[in-house]
Structure formats: structure tokens, C-alpha cells
Design a protein. Sequence first.
Length: 368
Amino acid sequence: MLIGVPREVKTDEYRVAMLPVGVEELTHGGHKVLVESGAGVGSGITDEMYAANGATIVSSAAEVWAAADLIVKVKEPQPIEWPMLRPGQMVFTYFHFAASEELTRNVASTGITAIAYETLRGPRGDLPCLTPMSEVAGRMSIQEGAKYLERPQLGRGILLAGVPGVAPAHIAILGGGVVGKSAARIAAGFQADVVILDISVDRLRYLEDIMPANVNTVFSDRHNIREQLRLADLVIGAVLVEGARAPRLVTREDLKLMKPGAVIIDVAVDQGGCVETTRPTTHSNPTYVVDGIVHYCVTNMPGAVGRTSTYALCNVTLPYVLRLANQGLAGATTVDPGLANAVNMHKGRITYKPVADTFGLPFTTFVA
């Protein structure tokens, strides 16, 4: 099979979808790998490193897209890439279709097979391709929140850790999944006052057991969310509904409860955001202010730490790339139902029900 690795074109995206070791594994298996020149630069990987492991370096993205049977990417195809998608081609990447009807309709019209990292299920029912980037984003949310709470960034002028005689910041984390847990660990290390909200009491029990004493858990309902908004200096949006649009937990009216200069980091922006006033931003222009509240809603947070994120992502995606290359779509998805769950589109039809339901579009059961 011919596998293509184009350079990412999303603004401020520094990750790449394959490491040199992945090229070596694929070429040793009899496959050919095309890598667009400069694809790995943002992650510290040179063309020479790819070539030394068997890749063919090509000068343009068009060459990669035109030749490859399987495209391996990091982020969803951007509008400039849509004309290069072709029927029957497999594209393995983060799609996050539920966040954009425009993306959904345009990609479906190309006839590709869209295999989404974020809905691929592991043998334990987990989301192995989503987990590492959720870990990165969760950790980054506290790092970024600390920065944007500073007064020159229009924040409240709060130091997360406080100092002797001055209370630390209060951080409310909406969602106790991978993002929320990762955020809480870092926030706890800052000695902040942390509360995690979640709708699963079992999950809250687990978090209560593993977290340090400055992290508390609260059941997530409207009353408790509003109370935490009143107290919070920093709010982390960390909710996830697999493959579907994130639920709206914070309305614009709720912002009036918050302290002027408080910060919202909506990690859920990739799936539409859990705050009514969320809109996608970039690392170059990451924040905006609504009703006195600083919003940070970067859609590709892990892209800023490209080297860490690339290695973390490729560690988990390579086995699936090898499976698709060695067995083809039909063989790989028959052997691995979790991989079949990742097929969001096939032959122009939406084959992942939460995406179809989000936009009221027809759903078709996937058959390779």
C-alpha cells in the first residue's frame, strides 16, 4: 500500500502524523511511504531522517494526496485540502465532525473513507488515539490558564499558587475524564484550590481516591456549576461526548456570575465547546473577552508542543496504520471492531451515528 504523510496546514499546527520509525516499519513490510518535504520540521524531524528510514520525500502536498491510498494526518482536512480528497481514499486523522457541519458535508461529498482517531475504540473500550492528546491538552490548560490570569493578559492578576498569607486560585474543572484528571494533577501541583465536577459518581469516587487533598469533587448539576462559576478564577471545560457535540454547560448569562478577569479554557472547543460564548481561536490569537471574562479556545492546543505531542500521538496510532496497510480496510475493520467504530464516513455516507444525529443527516451502517 502507498501511505502519504502531508505537512499539516492548519494555523499554528506543528505536529506530524508519522515518526521515522513508522516509516521504517511500513517500508520493511513492503509498503511505500511518501512524506511531504518539511512535514516534520515543527516536531524537530528533518526530511533526511525520514529518507534515511525509507521514505520518498516529495515537494508538494498535491503529490502526496494524488498518489496515496492511505493518508495519515493529525488535524481534519482544511478547505485548501478538500479538492485533493478523492473517492476510495482512506484518511486517518482527527476529524471532529460534530463541531462543523460545513466540514462534515464537504468531506462526505468527496467519497473518502474518513477514519477518525477520536472515535477509535481500544480493546478495553477506551479511546486510545484520543487519550494522549487529551493528556497534553489537560496539562496545557493549567499552564495557559496561569498565563492568562496575569493582568497584562487581561486576567484577574492571580497567581495560581498564591503566597503565604494570600489564598491560591480557585479552579473549577468541568468534566472528570482524561482532560479533567490531567488538568487537576497539574493544578494540584501549583497548590491551587481545585474542584472537579462530573455526572458520574463512580468517576468522582475514583478521582477522590487518587487526588491530593487540595482537589475536591462535586457532582455536576446546574446549581453546582453556577456555584463553582461564582468561586472560580479559572474554569476548564473538559467535557466529552464521544464523537458528538459537547454539551453546553455554561451560558452567556452564567458569565455574569463570574469574577471580572476570570479565565475560561474551553478544551472542548474541538467538539463545539461546552460554553455558549466559545468560538475557535488559534495559538497566534488565542484569547478574546466576553462580558469581562477571558476566553481561551484554541482548537489544536497540543499543536503548540509539537514534539511532545507528535511522539505521544504516533506511539498509539502506528499499530493501526500498520493494520490498515497490511490488511486493508475490510480486513482490518473485520478483525478489530474498535477500528470499525472509527469509520465516520465511507463512500459518501455518514457511518457514525452521533455525527449524523448532530446535523440531522442520514446514517448508514458501515460495511467495508
